[in-house]
Write a protein that binds this ligand. Sequence first.
Ligand SMILES: *Cc1c(COP(=O)(O)O)cnc(C)c1O
Length: 403
Amino acid sequence: MEKVDKHNERQRILDEAQLDTLAVRAGQLRTPEGEHSEPIFTTSSFVFEDAHSAAARFAGDEAGNVYSRYTNPTVRTFEQRIAALEGGERAVATASGMAAILSTFMALLAAGDHVVCSRSVFGTTTTLLNKYLAKFGVGVSFVSPTDYGAWEAAITPATRALFIETPSNPLCEVLDIERLAGLAHDNNSLLIVDNCFCTPALQKPLQFGADIIIHSATKYLDGQGRCVGGVAVGTAEHMEEVLGFLRSCGPTMSPFNAWVFLKGLETLRLRMDAHSRSALELALWLENQPQIEQVFYAGLASHPQYALAQRQQRGFGGVLSFRVAGGRDEAWRLIDATRLLSITANLGDAKSTIVHPATTTHGRLSDQQRAEAGISPNLVRISVGLEDPLDIRQDIARGLAAV
Ligand SMILES: *Cc1c(COP(=O)(O)O)cnc(C)c1O
């Protein structure tokens, strides 16, 4: 009896707890073994007490696990923890960030529906909409993210969702979530926010009226580049639909990956604060280097949406970009002269990374699309890791000296 009370009391405490506490504790379940850290349930299926109980679980009349494609205790712990952090009713974990986006679209859209999408989103999201959802009759319009007139103009009677990332990659444009949520709701649509760059440690889009949050857990939720995963967060009603898609179509998160992400979440705020601190320091330094034309980081007073970023975010995150004086050759020379930073398109890692967007992440765009998106040949993007900021700066100074 006492045990049950303690469990309920713990739950009540967590219902009121702050983000740092939720990141460490939310969703945790303890087995009779009494383990302190979360266990990994690597089992494909679960047994039932008797035939009657099996029938009840299959019918959904009895709560409990059935099969790990859609019910797994480790995955559920991760889902409950990220839902608590985002302030959402429920979360559904998926095999990757792209699987979270796909599952959300497949669950909530139908042929004939239309999506308005920010032009500055993860490249593969663009491909998913343009190439695959188009095959099933879902239309899409892409708009310049901070041109609110363009958003309004792109909405049609068939529009069911607006899709954004803020801050955007790689130019750190900050989009007004509250304004776009209002626009979506005035037009019978949902606002879906890919919150990969900020994570709930820095930004909670549901508070500003967003309906669904998407994460590539691969990035900051893990934070140490170990495995691929994703998650969608929203109302119980929407997430029930997303889980239904997962159950029928299968892009499920593995329990091992869920466990890695749980460990990642425990240090999320500490890491995001450190990433933000180092990135701001680096951005301020870069602004004063003669070889640099322009720095893009929402934490700079020179950023056009600095005020909005301060209102909407707790910190400015770890990703920044800049234009080096010159063109592609200068950008490549800078990148090639670094020694500490990893040359990779990945981001949200303890290890700092550097990349040339025009020839990698945005290489598949046409010259015109790249120009419209501001991805010039002299643009370099850095994901600032957890190394000592002085060492990061010295490595970039090595790069600048080679320009
Ligand atoms: C990486 C990324 C994705 C895709 O996530 P995967 O886990 O690689 O499938 C989606 N959105 C953003 C903003 C990303 O950076």
